[in-house]
Design a protein around this ligand. Structure first.
Ligand SMILES: [Zn+2]
Length: 97
């Protein structure tokens, strides 16, 4: 799964997802932060959220690196991302950036 995940400059992983993925895990394709309807969003483990590109970019600008968060991310992110995306069955058609 590491192959799918990208990292912010702070070291936090994220996964770009499309509307079909959000609907597939039972989400509403609505940004967890601003309630915008999303065609594309970002799953972010450390935020426990799926957020729109605008909110994602804002967050990346102001996020701080916390060692404890990175440890927690290493330990639990795989299960969390797999819960949202069945990597074996869903074509992500997204590239690691
Ligand atoms: Zn948003």
């Amino acid at each position: 799964m590491e192959d799918y995940l990208s990292k912010t400059p702070q070291g936090y992983t994220y996964l770009p997802v499309k509307r079909k993925h959000m609907l597939n895990w039972g989400g509403l394709a609505v940004c967890d932060y601003c309630n915008a309807d999303m065609e594309q969003g970002y799953l972010v483990y450390i935020l426990n959220s799926c957020i729109c590109p605008d909110c994602f970019n804002d967050w990346v600008k102001r996020a701080q690196t916390y060692t404890e968060d990175l440890k927690m991310q290493d330990e639990y992110q795989d299960e969390w991302y797999c819960h949202h995306i069945n990597f074996g069955h869903v074509e992500l058609d997204v590239k690691r950036s």
